[in-house]
Write a protein that binds this ligand. Structure first.
Ligand code: NG6
Ligand code: CA
Length: 509
């Protein structure tokens, strides 16, 4: 047996055994990789049918594994989605889990057990590489970017971290390796503010000519870093600033190095890509290749990353003991604030597939994301229509590796291992969805969807996305009406009451 498939390795503290560690004979411990895309929609991959962009590596993964058609992220924006995925607790239960700025304090408190803690405690080597977007340090604006920043990923279970603090469009635009800024010259210290510009430092408003790589369409008019105007102000750290065209490669290379180093396993790698979040500046070798402009080219770059990862697993001979989850943090957006011709060049491409809305929205395209699970030899290739949610990765993988979770850990996560491994088609009874406005929805396995009444804007002024905010309750039959066009709240009163109760009960927990 390869080292990480030993059959008797998971030591489990069993309740009622006086704290004695007991071996669980049945547990196996594959490597686990999350390839977590940013803003890639259900329809962005060719395996999901409505894409004009060819994604051969994702499609290969799908054909060798399970392609889920009814999989959900926990929220339609990044920070709450990642918070819930990593902690197994819905983000809407916690304050301060909305879209984080680059100077946010750590959103997951160190005392909360994460899925990385779980793997680490079970003896895995753990890493997060790529987009973080979960804050660093004690509280907003208090970080000293020129020294070790704590708390950080190491405090919530990641042995190794190589991250962007927030998003590609937010300062600080630097790589942070094991909680220290990489390539920093201490004679040019970094300062960050989300309140006021630094005196004498140019911004896009004062110096638009500095935007040599990309211009904003809306927002994104503060510090100009590496030729791109961003959200937030940043001073110093010139030697550490990333070049956007290299972000994809930097993340990929670091992920490959980690896999290679720990090939004997078991390892847990959370690989969060920056693709295809704005600003979309894939490497020049992808420029013009999709025919859809930078957004499509960034999808190609994402697919390239996937290809590199699965290619390395093949060449190291560890594909069969590596379980991959590929998914996205939220649904798609076409124009998210930069002048990158995304609408003009969209053509027939449907990032949202047959669903309505997109990123930020309560409509299905907000959280119904692409999802593929591959484990050669263990998982039979198939398409699964089971209703699944990323909230369950935690409890399901705990089950897989033989860890018993205390009741206080991952409270919203349920063991759905059989479904994730394609042995059962009976997924969740319902999933809970969360929008930008923190509006909640319930979708049941029968396809009934209830969206809470909300006074927010119906359509986002800038992105043009239909947010599904409506002062009246909405009820859709998504099996027969996947585009959520016909509100049945009045004619299906009893169903409405039933779904409302599910949501109320969840909120009371
Ligand atoms: C929005 C940004 C958007 C993106 C988003 C977070 C503007 C106008 N829009 O506020 O560009 O950064 O936040 O995206 O600033 S997420 O995928 O990380 O949640
Ligand atoms: Ca996102």
């Amino acid at each position: 047996f390869p080292g990480n498939l030993l059959s008797s390795v998971a030591l489990v503290a069993l309740a009622g055994c006086g704290g004695h560690l007991q071996e669980k004979k049945s547990a196996i411990r594959p490597n686990v990789i999350f390839i977590y895309a940013d803003d890639i929609g259900y329809g962005d991959f060719s395996c999901n049918g409505t894409s004009s962009v060819k994604t051969p590596n994702v499609d290969r993964l799908a054909s060798e594994g399970i392609r889920f058609t009814n999989a959900h992220a926990c929220a339609s924006t990044s920070t709450p989605s990642r918070y819930a995925m990593l902690t197994g607790e819905y983000a809407w239960r916690r304050k301060g889990t909305g879209i984080a700025n680059g100077d946010a304090g750590m959103v997951i408190p160190p005392e909360r057990m994460t899925i990385a803690d779980m793997f680490k405690q079970a003896g895995y080597e753990t890493a997060v590489i790529g987009k973080w977007h979960l804050g660093l340090g004690d509280s907003v604006g208090t970080q000293d970017w020129n020294h070790k920043i704590t708390p950080g990923p190491a405090d919530i279970g990641f042995d190794y971290s190589y991250i962007m603090a927030a998003t590609g469009d937010r300062v600080p635009c630097v790589w942070i390796k094991n909680q220290q800024v990489e390539n920093l010259d201490l004679n040019d210290p970094i300062e960050v503010s989300y309140k006021v510009p630094f005196p004498g430092e140019p911004t896009y408003t004062t110096h638009p000519e500095l935007a040599t790589v990309m211009h904003p369409d809306f927002g994104h008019d503060q510090s100009v870093i590496s030729g791109i105007p961003r959200i937030g102000y940043m001073k110093g750290g010139h030697s550490a600033r990333w070049k956007d065209a290299n972000i994809g490669d930097t993340i990929t290379i670091n992920a490959l190095r980690f896999i290679e180093k720990y090939k004997d396993g078991p390892f847990f790698l959370y690989l969060g890509t920056n693709d295809i979040h704005v600003p979309r500046v894939p490497h020049p070798r992808f420029t013009g290749k999709s025919g859809l402009g930078p957004r499509g080219d960034a999808i190609l770059e994402f697919d390239y990353t996937v290809g590199k990862v699965i290619g390395l697993l093949d060449s190291l001979g560890i594909a069969e003991n590596t379980l991959i989850f590929l998914s996205s943090d939220n649904g798609p957006v076409v124009n998210d604030g930069y002048a990158d011709l995304a609408w003009q060049m969209l053509g027939d491409h449907k990032p949202w597939g047959k669903y309505r809305g997109g990123k930020y929205s309560s409509f299905e395209a907000g959280t119904r994301i692409p999802c593929v699970v591959r484990w050669p030899g263990k998982v039979k290739p198939q398409v699964s229509d089971a209703l699944v949610s990323q909230i369950d990765w935690f409890a399901s993988l705990a089950k897989l590796i033989g860890v018993n979770l205390a009741d206080t850990v991952a409270p919203d996560s349920r063991d759905q291992l059989e479904v994730w491994l394609g042995k059962s088609s009976k997924g969740r009874d319902y999933v809970i969805e969360q929008s930008l406005n923190n509006n909640l929805s319930v979708l049941t396995s029968e396809g009934w969807k209830y969206i809470q009444p909300n006074s927010g804007a119906a359509i986002d002024y800038y992105t043009k996305i239909e947010l599904a905010n409506n002062p009246l309750p909405q009820l859709y039959d998504t099996k027969n009406d996947p585009g959520e066009k016909k509100n049945l709240a009045v004619s299906e009163k009893s169903r409405l009451i039933k779904l409302k109760k599910i949501l109320n009960d969840e909120e009371m927990k």
